[in-house]
Design a protein around this ligand. Structure first.
Ligand SMILES: CC(C)(COP(=O)(O)OP(=O)(O)OC[C@H]1O[C@@H](n2cnc3c(N)ncnc32)[C@H](O)[C@@H]1OP(=O)(O)O)[C@@H](O)C(=O)NCCC(=O)NCCS
Length: 248
């Protein structure tokens, strides 16, 4: 399992690295924010996939690799238009996109990744979207950085698990409960576990890089993903470039 992050500033100019299908999809996006997010997610995904598939990162090669979506939104990978069995999950936040990918040919089961930033979350947010145990744990923390980190981390872990379940935010976020009980490793990853009300368990990991919080989840406890060359979040700064031009 590997992960990779790229910022919107990494996205190549021009459309040659996109398939004709992706170019058509992009042409239909009028909001700058969605446009930039789509491009950044696709760039991170294609770079990660090219590496695990052993292909070079030329525009022509990247255009052959696509991430498409099932009707419910969950992603799948195609190569030259043919579906592959590669597991992948995507997320973006504040100008940065992350991709989690499994090795081709391994039966990892579904994966989930989510990227957030540490930002204020209201008491109402915590009360509406968190389970009683999560709410009590967050509200027991002093207001400010500690509480904001915990609230965003729990939110992110829920989203990662809901992506593993392939339901996304159509589900009630209180259907899954996050346990943050792990020890931080030297490489920055801390283990965590998400448990669904029905009993399914989604073990995962989280890390903090600057203002960014990254969570990943799967269906079994594994080693944390390795970072692919060329893109982490160590020096990433949140950007909101779309604000200066909301419509394209
Ligand atoms: C999944 C979801 C929680 C992501 O939330 P978000 O914080 O807005 O977005 P993120 O950047 O973290 O993730 C976006 C990625 O999640 C993935 N995703 C979307 N729905 C998913 C699902 N049901 N299961 C797993 N992954 C999903 C996609 O890969 C998407 O990127 P892509 O569209 O470029 O392929 C949210 O989009 C959702 O619940 N969507 C379901 C409802 C919906 O509107 N579906 C759209 C049908 S096309």
């Amino acid at each position: 399992m590997w992960w990779l992050a790229h910022g919107e500033h990494d996205v190549p100019a021009g459309a040659q690295w996109l398939s004709p299908r992706e170019q058509a999809l992009l042409a239909g996006i009028r909001y700058t924010k969605r446009h930039v997010e789509f491009l950044t997610r696709r760039y991170a995904a294609k770079r990660a996939l090219a590496t695990v598939l052993g292909r070079d990162g030329t525009a022509d090669e990247l255009a052959r690799i696509e991430v498409r979506n099932y009707p419910g939104g969950a992603p799948y990978v195609t190569l030259d238009g043919q579906a592959t069995a590669i597991e992948l999950s995507l997320s973006d936040r504040a100008g940065w996109a992350v991709c989690l990918v499994g090795a081709p040919g391994t039966a990892l089961g579904p994966l989930g990744i989510d990227l957030e930033i540490v930002e204020p979350r209201s008491r109402g947010f915590v009360e509406d979207f968190f389970t009683a145990a999560e709410r009590d744990a967050v509200l027991a923390l002093p207001e400010g950085e500690a509480r904001d980190e915990a609230a965003n981390l729990i939110w992110s872990a829920k989203e990662a698990a809901l992506k593993v379940m392939k339901v996304g935010l159509r589900a009630d976020t209180r259907e899954v409960e996050v346990s943050l009980d792990g020890m931080r490793r030297a490489d920055g990853w801390t283990s965590m576990t998400v448990t669904a009300r029905g009993g399914a368990v989604f073990p995962g990991w989280w890390r903090r890089d600057g203002l960014f919080l990254l969570t990943i989840a799967g269906t079994a406890r594994r080693e944390p993903p390795a970072l692919l060359a060329g893109g982490g979040l160590a020096t990433a700064k949140p950007t909101h470039s779309w604000l200066s031009r909301p419509m394209r």
